[in-house]
Design a protein around this ligand. Structure first.
Ligand SMILES: Cc1cc2nc3c(=O)[nH]c(=O)nc-3n(C[C@H](O)[C@H](O)[C@H](O)COP(=O)(O)O)c2cc1C
Length: 222
């Protein structure tokens, strides 16, 4: 199988999406019959080049960082171009990787639903979305033992995909954990925020002569 991969990170140069794609493809390539091509969307001189690559291939993998709970604008622009080719894209098999800073999977669930709905409405064959939080520094510390598990699992997801042409639901569910912040972390955050407000931010307000005006509502109509 040939896999056409689109990297939607808006960063110039090194990026976290790239290293996850690399590990996925190492697993995928364990099957010697597989091949791939990678295109970085923001390095494409013309979006039509990316759209043509998309049209030419059957298996499509779009990987990108979560940006304000959605996709970066360059990925959205790419995505919106698909509408014009509804007849041609019916046979496409598409899947996604969404990675980001916060550790919990819950942050990407609404986007996952959107991706499934939008690809379905376009008549494509949606294979799933790989979700992984806690990825902020992946590219800067690839040897950090903390990230080993992430790299091992994405390798296995790629390997399994290379053998079956589908995403293993158990593997991607495990990969995306934790789903939510734990109760203890929630409590700790509440305490930390309370302390920061009481001491640090209060001191900042005093230092800037703004304590009395902290609750001002300048846009409220009288
Ligand atoms: C403009 C912007 C918006 C972001 N929005 C989110 C977000 O909503 N949730 C989150 O957890 N991380 C967010 N991040 C962090 C990125 O998703 C994270 O650093 C990601 O690993 C960057 O991937 P890249 O290096 O491939 O570009 C945001 C980063 C930027 C610059």
């Amino acid at each position: 199988m040939k896999l056409m991969v689109f990297n939607g990170s808006p960063k110039k140069g090194r990026n976290n999406t790239e290293i996850l794609i690399k590990k996925f493809l190492e697993g995928f390539s364990e099957n010697g019959n597989n091949s791939y091509e990678i295109l970085k969307l923001n390095e494409c001189p013309d979006i039509d080049i990316a759209v043509n690559k998309f049209l030419e291939n059957e298996f499509i993998f779009v990987a990108f960082p979560l940006y304000v709970y959605f996709m970066p604008s360059g990925v959205l622009e790419f995505f919106e171009r698909f509408k014009a080719y509804q007849e041609k894209i019916k046979s496409k098999k598409i899947f996604f990787l969404v990675q980001y800073g916060f550790p919990e999977a819950v942050h990407a669930r609404p986007l996952e639903k959107y991706l499934e709905k939008a690809t379905g409405e376009l008549g494509m064959n949606y294979l799933g979305t790989i979700i992984k939080g806690g990825c902020n520094n992946l590219i800067d510390a690839p040897d950090n033992p903390f990230f080993n598990k992430i790299f091992k699992t994405i390798f296995l997801i790629g390997k399994n995909f290379g053998e079956t042409g589908s995403l293993d639901k158990d593997l991607i569910d495990k990969f995306s954990k934790p789903e939510n912040i734990t109760l203890i972390s929630k409590l700790l955050m509440k305490v930390a925020t309370g302390l920061a407000n009481k001491f640090y931010w209060r001191a900042e307000l005093v230092r800037n002569n703004a304590l009395e005006r902290a609750y001002d509502r300048p846009y409220l109509k009288s």
